[in-house]
Design a protein around this ligand. Structure first.
Ligand code: PLP
Length: 393
């Protein structure tokens, strides 16, 4: 006998992964150059050369210690470097003791959710959302409450949100720049969210934490402001990752930041650390704690994502697709040309165009295009997007 929940999670592959696997099979049949795979969020630009150079230097200079366990919360100096970097950028006053290093944003979220969850707790999520949130929230024994998308701009439907907050609301998850919409929440959106959370926290007599999932924080297009959320709402816990900004998704490295201003910050931090312990994370990878903390002021060459976005948005609109302007990350979330997004993506698949139905992100009638791919592939895929549009005329 095994856990039915775990068995279910282990056998039901995510739609995204399934499509990605299909793409590989199809490439073997018709040639990789004839398959247009926009399924996965794997950065297409390499890590900065400084990352590899730092790795080589550390391996050469510290061969005895570099692979050792660190303390559970991460090496002190590495955490201090992360704090210093944010302090330089945001004028904050963070210290090493407020950082807990993790194996990426997924683990950061799991540590925070498990650390915060008590019986009957609810976490609010805004559609469209990263589908793993449901797995993480339910894994922490809590309930996910989903707010339908505000499809004109993919900001927040505040009426629906206000109705959804209850005495059981422990936290709210935000992800901006967003996967899958590519939208960045405006300062006005975040301020309104903060005002409601402040009012509801006072009304229900307990803090409602804002969990800011920020793997795309650095990937915002020219002139776009990505507000630093802890300065907008006091009870914000940050989940960060170097998977996207430094193109290191396979190295599994990120952090949780619990600023001291957060209500019961000491308890929250201890609970995050306890959750990390109970989940068996032990410590984040030692080598990459050092590398990322020494390289955290840089990013990969992320300009190409903006170039890809411009090319796709302009071309798709000319073909008749409706798409909300993205401001960051590397995703587009156009409306599908029929109400059934699964059928639409199947039709795209028959043209070897691999895009993901929006239903899995809580936004039926849309599809996700992940454009962290070579610009040349986008150019070559445009006739397929056109053929797809024409097939609905
Ligand atoms: N959150 C969002 C919104 C993501 O898109 C992803 C990965 O694609 C993650 C979290 C997980 O990232 P990580 O690789 O840091 O665990």
């Amino acid at each position: 006998m095994v856990s039915e929940r775990m068995k279910g999670l282990g056998t039901a592959r995510s739609v995204i992964r399934e499509l990605f696997e299909y793409g590989k099979l199809r490439a073997a049949q018709v040639g990789a150059e004839n398959v247009y795979d926009f399924s996965l969020g794997n950065p297409s630009v390499p890590a900065p050369s400084a990352v590899n150079e730092t790795a080589v230097r550390l391996l050469r200079e510290q061969p005895d210690q570099i692979h050792a366990y660190t303390s559970a919360q991460g090496d002190f100096e590495a955490r201090q470097r992360f704090a210093d970097s944010l302090n330089r950028r945001f004028g904050s006053n963070y210290t090493a003791g407020q950082f807990y290093l993790t194996v990426g944003a997924a683990a950061s979220l799991c540590c925070v959710l498990n650390g915060l969850s008590c019986l009957e707790d609810e976490f609010i999520v805004f559609a469209p959302y990263f589908p793993e949130y449901k797995v993480f929230i339910e894994g922490a024994g809590a309930k996910m409450v989903l707010i339908p998308p505000e499809i004109e701009g993919f900001q927040i439907d505040f009426d629906a949100f206000e109705r959804a907050v209850t005495p059981h609301t422990k936290g709210v998850l935000v992800n901006t720049p967003n996967n899958p919409s590519g939208v960045v929440y405006s300062r006005a959106t975040l301020e309104r969210l903060a005002a409601i959370l402040t009012e509801k926290s006072a009304r229900y007599g307990h803090p409602i934490y804002l969990i800011s999932d920020e793997p795309y924080r650095e990937i915002a297009y020219t002139g776009v402001e990505v507000p630093w959320i802890p300065h907008v709402y006091r009870d914000t816990v940050v989940c960060y990752s170097f998977s996207k900004s430094l193109s290191l998704p396979g190295e599994r490295i990120g952090y949780v930041l619990v600023p001291q201003e957060v209500t019961d910050a000491g308890d929250v931090y201890a609970a995050v650390a306890g959750a990390g312990r109970s989940l068996g994370y032990v410590c984040a990878p030692s080598l990459f704690q050092q590398i990322t903390s020494l390289c955290c002021d840089m990013t990969s060459d992320i300009r190409v994502y903006e170039e890809n976005a411009r090319l796709l948005v302009t071309s798709l609109r000319e073909m008749g697709y409706q798409v909300v302007e993205p401001n960051g990350a590397f995703y587009l979330f156009p409306r599908t040309l029929e109400a059934d997004d699964v059928a639409f993506c199947e039709r795209a698949k028959s043209l070897d165009l691999l895009i993901v139905p929006g239903s899995g992100f809580g936004a039926p009638g849309h599809a996700r295009i992940s454009y962290c791919v070579q610009t040349d592939m986008i150019r070559r895929a445009l006739p397929r997007f056109k053929a797809l549009a024409d097939s609905y005329k």
